[in-house]
Design a protein around this ligand. Structure first.
Ligand SMILES: [Zn+2]
Length: 494
């Protein structure tokens, strides 16, 4: 690959006048051209224009103050046209200003005044003559993309997904971006088949709470990335892929790169969100923080018919739950372990520990405070509240046994709760193995077998003692043989 400066290639410097020549922004196709129609300012792998107005103004002020702008990179194409690899935002800021699309504060006779390009007066010519430093690279498609990636890694400008779009660009990526990379695209703004007043974007965790943050995240490919994560997870589950066999987003994009369109991905996403809407018709604000695609991949085919009602039942005591986001996972899996009871207050824990004198009420042994746990006397899953009256301090072992006992209960199970009884639990759950002592056979098989066992043990012990004797005798012989016979040269034993 060859890299030259514009000056080396054309024998003169590139000025803003050359750059803005024939600037066209086609809002229908999204195509932007400049440099006399020969520069594609927004090639397929470039992200959408996201500069805020104040950043655009800063570019113009840099130029008017005659400070240098950062280097820009163009790639030469086969037909002697160019595409812009790096510098899109600066180039568009310049072109938009030159076509009077916004104004910038300019110092005129010690006063700051907002001026469009047409009103710049004698500063106009200096603006147009400002030299722009451009490097032009000429090479294969792969070389250009590899270089594009390096430029962007160095500048830390693109998100991971923007980078992937650049590398796996093609018909498929272009079509997919139509759905997922635009604020007005179907993936974000559509209400789907059964409208419920919420758009698809209300079910996806693209960014924080503010509308503008979300829109920016969509443009910066966050939605696209989420959907790809889901579909790749689906593929890996269906194919039982684990470890290094797992498909990645890169693999997926590479394998679809030449597809004519991205309808398959769109339909998958549509299935996910329509499933959420029909399974959980009540919209709840935190739904946008749930990884719906993953839940769909696991539970989409077997969904409890009263799922939404179960969520409501759990939500009725939401203030008792520490991780309410997991309510959908808990309902779909039928497993309460995904919901945790709110923890007891630290001061309540200390007070209760003192009140119990550090004694565990079940095993009656004494422990340090850090060896005990705050337990709901009436289990939280059976409606027990996280309040002082329902608190007891248990040792780790008893706490574990009691929680294993409690887990049998689900919040929508209204059967009566029987108090946990440690002795009953131990009797039901013990198979005797933990009493593996010398009395074990006696307890298990009665005296006759125990007697045989003890005799066997006794004989084994005698054999050991005899062997031990032989061992020491042989040690003595060999010691003597070495030290005594060896030195004196005559036998004294045997
Ligand atoms: Zn205990």
């Amino acid at each position: 690959m060859i890299v030259k400066t514009y000056e080396e290639m054309f024998g003169q410097k590139l000025t803003i006048k050359d750059l803005v020549n024939g600037f066209i922004e086609d809002t229908k196709t999204g195509k932007v051209t400049g440099f006399g129609g020969k520069l594609d300012i927004r090639p397929p792998y470039q992200r959408e224009f996201v500069y805020e107005l104040d950043k655009q103004k800063a570019v113009i002020q840099t130029i008017l103050a005659r400070y240098p702008l950062n280097v820009m990179y163009w790639a030469k194409k086969d037909d002697d046209t160019f595409e812009l690899m790096d510098g899109q935002q600066r180039t568009i800021s310049i072109c938009k200003y030159q076509t009077d699309q916004y104004s910038v504060d300019v110092e005129v006779a010690n006063k700051r005044m907002a001026k469009t390009f047409s009103n710049l007066g004698d500063k106009k010519q200096a603006f147009l003559n400002y030299p722009v430093t451009v490097y032009i690279c000429d090479g294969t498609e792969d070389e250009k993309l590899a270089w594009f990636r390096i430029i962007n890694i160095a500048g830390l400008k693109l998100t991971e997904q923007e980078m992937r779009n650049a590398i796996y660009n093609g018909t498929w990526a272009t079509d997919a971006k139509r759905y997922f990379s635009r604020v007005e695209g179907e993936g974000f703004s559509s209400e789907g088949h059964e409208s419920n007043g919420h758009t698809y974007g209300d079910y996806v965790n693209v960014a924080g709470g503010k509308r503008s943050e979300k829109e920016n995240a969509v443009v910066r490919q966050k939605l696209f990335e989420i959907v790809l994560e889901w579909v790749v997870d689906d593929y890996n589950r269906k194919n039982n892929s684990t470890g290094s066999d797992k498909m990645t987003i890169d693999n997926y994009m590479d394998s679809h790169r030449r597809d004519s369109d991205a309808r398959e991905l769109w339909r998958y996403y549509e299935d996910v969100i329509e499933w959420v809407k029909s399974t959980f018709p009540t919209y709840r604000d935190f739904m946008k923080t749930v990884e719906w695609g993953i839940l769909y991949n696991i539970y989409g085919k077997s969904t409890p018919i009263d799922a939404d009602q179960r969520v409501s039942q759990i939500m009725a005591k939401a203030n008792e739950i520490s991780n309410i986001k997991n309510v959908y996972l808990a309902v779909l899996s039928g497993d309460l372990k995904y919901l945790n009871a709110r923890a007891f207050d630290k001061r309540d824990i200390a007070r209760k520990y003192a009140e119990q004198n550090g004694v565990c009420p079940y095993c009656k042994k004494k422990y340090n405070e850090d060896e005990m746990h705050g337990d709901h006397i009436r289990p939280w899953s059976k409606g027990g509240k996280t309040e002082y009256e329902n608190l007891q301090m248990l040792c780790t072992e008893c706490n574990l046994k009691k929680s294993n006992y409690d887990v049998k209960y689900l919040p929508w199970d209204t059967s009566i709760y029987e108090d946990f009884d440690l002795e009953v639990w131990d009797a039901e759950n013990s198979d005797g193995k933990e009493y593996m002592t010398c009395l074990y056979p006696l307890q298990q098989y009665g005296y006759n077998i125990a007697f045989t066992y003890l005799i066997t043990e006794f004989i084994t012990m005698i054999i050991y003692i005899i062997q031990w004797g032989f061992y020491w005798r042989s040690r003595l012989v060999s010691w003597s043989a070495f030290h005594v016979l060896g030195r004196l040269g005559q036998p004294i034993f045997y």
